[in-house]
Design a protein around this ligand. Structure first.
Ligand SMILES: Cc1ncc(COP(=O)(O)O)c(C=O)c1O
Length: 399
């Protein structure tokens, strides 16, 4: 019986398919930037549910929005118009400058939608040869079939074939390779504005220019996967607009639902005009509770001074990481932007993560040798200092 377990990890290993390598921690509650375990130990959470908890844990605006909507109804399906969807879509479109939204439930599902919409767009225009999707080596777009085909990590596809075809991966920031890959048969170039899982690698200005030029030259679409970068993570509402990418379709998830499962596809009107009822859909998409929570998140992110403070905390964190890299020779370059930052380590990244965790700081990895930091977007100056001091201690213990 599960009730007899006192250790969550042991319980899960008996009860759940073993698809995750979970840490041995028994969290029971969270508030702001901290999580607390069953023994009362507090952890500064610089993982934020892998970039989900943009406002930290149990933010009162999100709690209030969910509680108020739960008093009304929690689900009515997409057979009927849904006021929380309307309010949320209006806010998202105003914030992003896009024209239409489609709601779903996760990042991978948003990317499935984005890919389907891009293909349908050209199909309806009679350009049926335009099916090819060009993405990037080491990218991550999700675990369902098309998103997995788009993902530039062959190991994740192993044993799951056959995969959907017409996906090609080119090396990140290699403009020559991209120019070779894109042609008249290209439907879309799909990219994360900042390659998060692939090592927290920023995009070069040359790459942005090349993508914009290829979009014009070959009449293809650009899909920005902003599942991790969107909703303020880089200090602007969308990362793609920060970098000057001309984008037709954006996928969002993670932070956009305030901790509830929610994915969004934002699109320009030329894409939306090619879609018809029945082309795509999902039962839970635009769930009223998730939309109410999402509206609360976006209202906070767009509130006065919020995004400026993301950039200020980012500078403090980057400077602190650079100092640590001077102090510890096994640390290398600091990567990233906004509050999606990474630092290279020659020591096994798992050791460093474990040492930080022992000392009360949760951090994550990206790729083989990058320690990734994803604090809540409303993290305080003091919490940034605290994280850096714990990381300093963690580094001294592994060196
Ligand atoms: C850039 C990016 N795209 C897509 C996904 C997949 O999102 P989900 O896990 O919600 O399906 C992730 C998840 O980490 C991601 O970082």
């Amino acid at each position: 019986m599960a009730q007899s377990f006192t250790n969550f990890k042991d319980a899960e290993s008996q009860l759940l398919a073993s698809l995750y390598g979970k840490a041995d921690l028994n969290f029971v509650s969270g508030k702001g930037s901290y999580l607390e375990d069953a023994s009362g130990k507090r952890y500064l959470d610089f993982v934020s549910g892998i970039a989900v908890n943009a406002l930290g844990h149990c933010h009162p605006s999100i709690q209030k929005a969910i509680a108020e909507q739960a008093e009304k109804f929690m689900h009515i399906s997409n057979l009927y118009p849904n006021k929380p969807q309307i309010d949320f879509a209006e806010k998202l479109l105003a914030a992003s400058g896009f024209d239409k939204a489609f709601f779903c439930n996760s990042g991978t599902e948003a990317n499935e939608g984005a890919i389907k919409f891009a293909r349908k767009y050209f199909n309806r225009k009679g350009l049926i040869e335009k099916q090819r999707i060009v993405t990037f080596v080491n990218s991550f777009h999700g675990r369902t079939f098309a998103a997995l085909s788009a993902t530039g990590q062959p190991a994740l596809r192993e044993g799951f074939g056959p995969m959907p075809g017409e996906f090609e991966h080119v090396v990140w920031n290699d403009t020559n390779a991209l120019c070779k890959a894109v042609n008249e048969s290209t439907c879309a170039i799909m990219l994360e504005p900042l390659a998060a899982e692939g090592g927290v690698m920023t995009i070069s200005e040359e790459m942005v220019k090349t993508i914009n030029e290829l979009r014009e030259k070959f009449n293809c679409l650009v899909i920005a996967d902003e599942v991790q970068t969107g909703v303020g993570r880089l200090g602007t509402f969308l990362g793609s607009s920060k970098y000057g990418l001309n984008v037709d379709i954006v996928s969002l998830a993670k932070a956009v639902g305030g901790g509830l499962p929610l994915g969004v596809v934002l699109m320009r009107s030329h894409v939306a005009e090619m879609l018809k009822p029945g082309d795509h859909g999902t039962t839970f998409g635009g769930n009223p509770l998730a939309c109410a929570a999402g509206l609360a998140v976006v209202n906070e992110v767009l509130s006065s001074g919020f995004l400026e403070s993301v950039l200020e905390r980012s500078e403090e964190l980057k400077a602190g990481l650079a100092k640590l890299a001077e102090k510890y020779s096994f640390l290398g370059n600091v990567h990233g932007d906004g509050l999606l930052l990474g630092i290279e380590t020659e020591k096994p990244v798992a050791e460093l993560i474990a040492s930080a965790r022992e000392n009360g700081l949760l951090v994550h990895r990206a790729g083989a040798n990058v320690l990734r930091l994803l604090p809540p977007l409303n993290v305080s100056k003091e919490e940034v200092k605290e994280a850096l001091s714990i990381l300093d201690k963690a580094c001294s213990l592994v060196s």
